[in-house]
Design a protein around this ligand. Structure first.
Ligand SMILES: O=P(O)(O)OC[C@H]1O[C@H](OP(=O)(O)OP(=O)(O)O)[C@H](O)[C@@H]1O
Ligand SMILES: [Mg+2]
Length: 168
């Protein structure tokens, strides 16, 4: 389901996502070491697990934010759970030494809210769109602003009609 501004689709398989998240870990290996990871739920949970495993990070925290309701429609930003003091205490001033992970940055609104909490942390996403890209320190793949990324946890296998029957 896409609106007029999201007219291209970029479906990502589990395999592809694992490869891209591992590529992110490779890139981040040179930017650490990190005291801990803060993942932006829910989308950040999956890449955070993969990056934590690759970089050997065991202090993992969530910041719980919801903004997209109804798939592509962004609503009011809600911080459902802030970052625990025990995690910020383990880091330097402004969250220096923490790694913040999300699956993607789109408009940058979510990342901006977390940046206010942790101005000196390192921000990483697997995918980035141009509007949000300046808020992120490290990412793997850029897609255009009018592309909607379909993640594997939002999709399932379904029958595809043969090409000769025409496509929708
Ligand atoms: O850059 P932005 O325009 O703010 O969009 C990016 C955010 O939107 C999605 O999360 P969503 O709020 O849909 O929640 P979810 O991770 O629980 O699916 C995505 O996981 C990012 O966190
Ligand atoms: Mg999210």
């Amino acid at each position: 389901m896409t609106d007029d501004r999201q007219n291209k689709a970029f479906p990502v398989s589990w395999d592809q996502f694992h490869r891209d998240a591992r590529a992110l870990a490779w890139r981040l290996a040179g930017a650490g070491p990190f005291e801990g990871i803060v993942c932006i739920t829910r989308g950040g949970l999956v890449p955070a697990a993969i990056v934590a495993r690759e970089l050997g990070v065991r202090l993992i925290e969530t910041v719980c934010i919801a903004s997209y309701h109804d798939y592509t429609k962004q609503g009011e930003m809600q911080v459902l759970k802030p970052i625990a003091d025990v995690v910020t205490a383990a880091a330097g001033e402004g969250g220096r030494g923490l790694l913040v992970i999300d699956d993607l940055v789109d408009t940058g609104k979510t990342a901006r809210v977390v940046r206010e909490m942790l101005p000196s942390a390192h921000f990483a996403t697997v995918y980035a769109k141009p509007l949000g890209r300046p808020l992120i320190d490290t990412f793997i793949t850029e897609v255009s602003q009018d592309t909607w990324i379909y993640f594997p946890w939002d999709m399932g296998l379904s029958f595809q009609p043969p090409i000769r029957d025409g496509v929708a």
